[in-house]
Design a protein around this ligand. Structure first.
Ligand code: AHR
Length: 479
């Protein structure tokens, strides 16, 4: 493989490393929010172990409050004194009652503590234009206005910075079961009232297609591209068909590969959706926002099926690594992505149990990849094995090469020609022998990042042996 660090091929947006946090199961409640009276260490009700872990991976943006929940969420239920907040039923996710203690103010507090920007998803499915307009005014209006005054009454003097706003979620499904023509018109109408109250313009995101619904993309781009900054795409990796969610641990080898094949489909989906977008937006102004992605497997036995709590293994690490590589490849079109979800739901970074917290193999991939955020992609070519996926970028004089060898039992020897004498190299690896290696509350460090040593330097050449089932990041100082 040849790497030519003088040939720059674009920038990898840091927003590709975004997270998604929905009012679903134990993501917000327990996973993030423990409340002011909790014995679990917290600041203003937000648990500190989780915040600290998220800060370490430099989470750039958090999408909230859903998901399907977003189209049933009425933001005024979640402001004001907590004891007066309305109790609601989360009809999508387990039919549980929630007390709305985590609302707009608490979300911005979470973003502040994590150091992330805000991506708020508005309600088109069951909300009015007025409700959406007032929420945007409440969050972002600096001067005097009814909603800005209400925000101040509730203790927040300054307007918040709300960079991204989604106009509905899955409007083709849980967000209203609409046809694309109808949603395109609704999008045009609702987005009109997503006003810029400051000089920072809000990045407006239209609800895009599910997986390979190319007709949805065509209709939306044709009728509304001039009113959007981004359009979403949702694709979850499945080990079998949607109706037959396969176990997250204890799975056979064929499901290792079927899940990975499903994740690899992302490349084709982005290519085909981008081709449609190119017809209406050849300059690639409109971003493809993959705001839900990751593995969707069977819930942990004994847990509420509506809570989508699943274990996370070295196989999920492969999914994370190869999907991030795909996003990097398409960084001219993919402006943001948000893995589903941040804590305790689907392919999480973090799992919690009471006051305990563990980092998943997926978390470790985000840590191994963090140098790629806002880095410059550099050109590379060569014959790689089909089961090896990779990315090369540089930032601040360091070239980061990240590889995923998802073969179950074959290592891959890669010879890299970097074109300059290699003197300063560091490398890290996430690897495991077992197909379903994972961390537990009893054994939290079973799958973790270690120093990687199986490489040789020979002048301008680096020879690395990637073990099977591994993710490796190599950091080379550009001399
Ligand atoms: O992430 C879980 C759910 O998956 C989201 O609420 C929804 O948008 C999607 O169907």
């Amino acid at each position: 493989m040849i790497v030519d660090s003088t040939r720059e091929t674009g920038t990898i947006s840091k927003y590709i490393y975004g997270q998604f946090a929905e009012h679903l199961g134990r993501c917000i409640y327990e996973g993030v929010w423990v409340g002011e009276d909790s014995p679990i260490p917290h600041v203003n009700g937000i648990r500190q172990d989780v915040v600290e872990a998220l800060r370490e991976i430099k989470v750039p943006v958090i999408r909230w409050p859903g998901g399907c929940f977003a189209d049933e969420y009425h933001w005024k239920d979640g402001i004001g004194p907590v004891e007066n907040r309305k109790t609601i039923v989360n009809t999508h996710w387990g039919g549980v009652t929630e007390n709305n203690h985590f609302g707009t103010h608490e979300f911005f507090e979470l973003c502040k503590q994590v150091g992330a920007e805000a991506y708020v998803n508005g309600n088109v499915g069951s909300g009015t234009v007025q409700e959406m307009q007032e929420w945007v005014e409440y969050m972002t209006m600096e001067g005097t206005s009814p909603m800005a005054d209400l925000r101040r009454e509730n203790g927040q003097e300054e307007a918040w910075k709300m960079k991204f706003f989604g106009v509905g979620n899955e409007s083709w499904g849980c967000g209203g079961n609409m046809r694309p023509e109808y949603y395109a018109d609704l999008y045009r109408r609702y987005q009109t009232y997503v006003r810029n109250y400051t000089t920072d313009s809000i990045y407006k995101i239209a609800c895009g297609p599910n997986i390979d619904d190319y007709d949805w993309m065509e209709v939306l781009m044709k009728n509304a591209h001039q009113f959007m900054d981004g359009i979403s795409l949702h694709h979850y990796s499945l080990a079998s068909v949607w109706e037959d969610k396969r176990p997250a641990i204890g799975f056979p080898e064929k499901e290792w590969y079927s899940l990975i094949d499903s994740a690899n489909l992302m490349d084709e989906l982005i290519t085909k959706h981008s081709t449609i977008m190119d017809k209406y937006d050849p300059e690639k102004r409109v971003g493809l926002i993959v705001d839900e992605w990751g593995s969707w497997l069977a819930v942990e036995p004994g847990t509420n099926p509506g809570f989508l709590y699943q274990q996370n293994t070295i196989r999920d690490a492969m999914i994370a690594s190869l999907t991030l590589n795909i996003f990097h490849k398409h960084s001219d079109r993919v402006h943001m992505a948000n893995i589903a979800q941040m804590v305790n739901v689907l392919q999480s970074m973090i799992l919690t149990d009471g006051d305990q917290m563990i980092k998943t193999p997926t978390y470790h991939v985000f840590n191994l990849y963090k140098n790629h955020m806002d880095a410059t992609k550099i050109d590379s070519w060569g014959d790689m094995k089909e089961t090896t996926s990779y990315t090369v970028s540089k930032k601040e004089g360091i070239i980061t090469l990240s590889f995923c060898n998802y073969a179950v039992d074959e290592s891959d020897e890669v010879t890299l020609d970097l074109g300059f004498p290699i003197q300063n190299v560091n490398a890290e690896i996430l690897v495991s022998e077992e197909l379903d290696a994972h961390n537990t509350f009893e054994e939290p460090e079973r799958v973790t990042v270690e120093a990687f040593k199986t490489y040789k330097v020979d002048g301008e050449t680096l020879i690395i042996t990637l073990p099977p089932k591994s993710v490796v990041s190599i950091y080379v100082k550009e001399e």
